[in-house]
Design a protein around this ligand. Structure first.
Ligand code: DC
Length: 217
C-alpha cells in the first residue's frame, strides 16, 4: 500500500472539494468512494433490484457491474454516468445499497487495490475505520446540518438538478441516520482521526488546517 490520506464524514461536509484540492497539492490520486457506491447502486436499480433483494441476487448483479474512473469521469459498464450518479435519487440508493454486505465486500477490494500503485487521497464513510485503518493521516470532516444543506443544495442546483433546500435537508438527515446506524462499516470518527468542523470556515481555511496536519506542522 502506498501513502493514503483518509477522509470520512457525512454528506455535504465538503469532503470531495477538499480531497481534490489536497490531491492536487500533494500530487496524489483522488479516490471518490461515494462515486463507486453511487455507480454500483445505479446499476442495481437499473437491474430492478431494491433493498428487499437477497444478498445472492445482489452479488450476482455485482458480477455484471464494472465501474472505472477515466479522466475524472465515472464509467459504468462502458457508459459515462458521471452526471446521473449525482442525482438525489442515486444518492439515496447509494446510501440504501451501501448497507448491504455483498456491496461493501465487492467494493472493499476495488478501493484497496487503488492504493497499490498510487498515493491516494481517499474520501467516504469508512476510509479511516475499515478500508485504510493504517492510513498516513486520518480526518473526520464535519459541519452543521444547516451548512451542509446549503452547500449540497447549491451544488445540486449548479449541476442542473431541481431541488428545494427543505428536501435536501430532509435527505441529509435521513442519510446521516442510515449511514451512521447501519451494522456494517457505519460512519463514525476513528479514535486517531483529526476532527475538522468546517462550519463557518472557508475552503481555504479547511485546506490550510489539513495540509498543516499532513505535513506535520
Ligand atoms: O459521499 P456520497 O454522498 O457520494 O456517498 C453516497 C452514499 O454512499 C453515502 O450516503 C453512503 C455510501 N458510502 C458508503 O457507505 N461508504 C463510502 N466509503 C462512501 C459512500
Amino acid at each position: 500500500m502506498k501513502k493514503v490520506i483518509a477522509i470520512d464524514g457525512p454528506s455535504g461536509a465538503g469532503k470531495s472539494t477538499i480531497a481534490k484540492l489536497l490531491a492536487r497539492e500533494l500530487g496524489f490520486e483522488y479516490l471518490d468512494t461515494g462515486a463507486l457506491y453511487r455507480a454500483v447502486a445505479l446499476n442495481l436499480m437499473r437491474l430492478g433490484l431494491d433493498n428487499n433483494s437477497s444478498d445472492k441476487d445482489i452479488a450476482s448483479a455485482l458480477r455484471k457491474t464494472k465501474v472505472e474512473f477515466k479522466k475524472g469521469q465515472v464509467i459504468l459498464n462502458g457508459e459515462d454516468v458521471s452526471r446521473e450518479i449525482r442525482s438525489p435519487e442515486a444518492g439515496h440508493y447509494a446510501s440504501v445499497f451501501s448497507a448491504r454486505k455483498a456491496v461493501r465486500e465487492h467494493l472493499l477490494k476495488i478501493q484497496r487495490d487503488a492504493s497499490m500503485n498510487s498515493d491516494l487521497v481517499a474520501e467516504g464513510r469508512d476510509m479511516t475505520t475499515v478500508v485504510f485503518p493504517d492510513a498516513f493521516r486520518k480526518f473526520f470532516l464535519d459541519a452543521s446540518v444547516g451548512e451542509r444543506t446549503r452547500r449540497r443544495t447549491w451544488e445540486l442546483i449548479s449541476k442542473g438538478f431541481e431541488v428545494s433546500e427543505e428536501r435536501v435537508r430532509l435527505d441529509i438527515m435521513e442519510r446521516d441516520i442510515r449511514d451512521s446506524k447501519r451494522d456494517l462499516a457505519p460512519l463514525r470518527k476513528a479514535s486517531d482521526a483529526h476532527l475538522i468542523d468546517s462550519t463557518g470556515l472557508s475552503i481555504d481555511d479547511v485546506f490550510n488546517m489539513m495540509i498543516d496536519i499532513i505535513r506535520g506542522a
